[in-house]
Design a protein around this ligand. Structure first.
Ligand code: SF4
Length: 101
């Protein structure tokens, strides 16, 4: 059986990552609602968007994506940019509990 070259393996991995990303975004509840509510003007209400997020089955994927990509604007995974910043700070400030071998 032929083995894949490293380049082919990387292309397959890239494809799998793109597919995984696309699949959660295809199931995003916000895609079926008013997208503007997810990007309110400064001082505008985020309530409707956050309530939609609470019912969204891909909320965790969405929040993870926003945190990993440092999304600066809008509601992602039920959190505003400010809430994501606070959350990240809290998580980053946790002590490292990894046990050294
Ligand atoms: S969690 Fe909210 S912002 Fe994220 S995909 Fe779902 S509805 Fe959209």
């Amino acid at each position: 059986m032929p083995t894949l070259r490293a380049q082919d393996e990387l292309q397959l991995l890239d494809r799998a990552l793109v597919d995984a990303e696309a699949s959660w975004q295809e199931r995003a509840l916000c895609a079926q609602t008013d997208p503007e509510s997810f990007f309110p003007e400064k001082g505008g209400s985020t309530r409707d968007a956050k309530q939609t997020c609470l019912k969204c089955e891909v909320r965790t994927d969405c929040l993870e994506y926003a945190l990993e990509n440092d999304e600066r604007f809008g509601i992602w995974g039920g959190m505003s940019e400010r809430e994501r910043r606070k959350f990240k700070k809290r998580v980053d400030g946790r002590p490292d509990l990894t046990i050294a071998s």
